[in-house]
Design a binder for this molecule. Structure first.
Ligand SMILES: CC(C)(COP(=O)(O)OP(=O)(O)OC[C@H]1O[C@@H](n2cnc3c(N)ncnc32)[C@H](O)[C@@H]1OP(=O)(O)O)[C@@H](O)C(=O)NCCC(=O)NCCS
Length: 131
């Protein structure tokens, strides 16, 4: 399986929604207008493709200089555990450079995942949740 990674390739809400649903990540996948806004207003969307099929996405908000919030990382169920999540994060880091820190909120099921791909667990994060 040859997976191609792309930075800021055009993305359609229907395809992203399908990836979100298949991956199991909790996102407003049935609200396609909101999903399209999430894609269009992100600073970097890294996408993973099996031919014409979107199989994974990393969606990030950043100043391209100091910090980056990795909001969504999701891989289609049938493509998981084949290195695509790692590839998406590597691609994002390469694009941003080493001066930029990566920050994220983990889903409970991914708590064991992030330390495996180089993230450090921190105890000084604070959050005001959306309503
Ligand atoms: C979490 C997720 C993005 C990982 O992507 P992936 O392409 O499956 O991960 P990779 O293939 O790069 O995995 C790298 C390693 O981590 C392991 N791994 C994958 N998912 C894991 C998990 N949830 N918990 C612990 N380890 C995990 C893989 O087995 C692999 O191990 P190896 O190096 O020994 O082979 C993907 O499984 C996913 O979309 N999950 C559902 C949505 C989700 O939870 N997203 C994160 C929201 S914060």
């Amino acid at each position: 399986m040859a997976i191609e990674f792309k930075i800021n390739a055009p993305l359609h809400s229907e395809d992203v929604s399908e990836v979100f649903k298949s991956s199991g990540i909790k996102r407003p996948a049935d609200d396609l207008d909101r999903i399209q806004k999430m894609i269009d207003n992100a600073d970097v969307n890294v996408s993973a493709w099996d031919g014409e099929k979107l199989v994974g996405i990393a969606r990030a908000i950043t100043d391209f200089s100091f910090c980056c919030y990795l909001s969504d990382l999701a891989v289609r169920k049938e493509y998981q555990k084949s290195g695509i999540g790692t590839g998406l994060v590597q691609c994002l880091r390469k694009h941003l450079g080493e001066e930029v820190s990566l920050l994220l909120l983990s889903a409970p099921t991914a708590m064991e995942y992030y330390p495996r791909i180089g993230f450090e667990k921190i105890g000084n994060a604070f959050l005001i949740p959306r309503v």
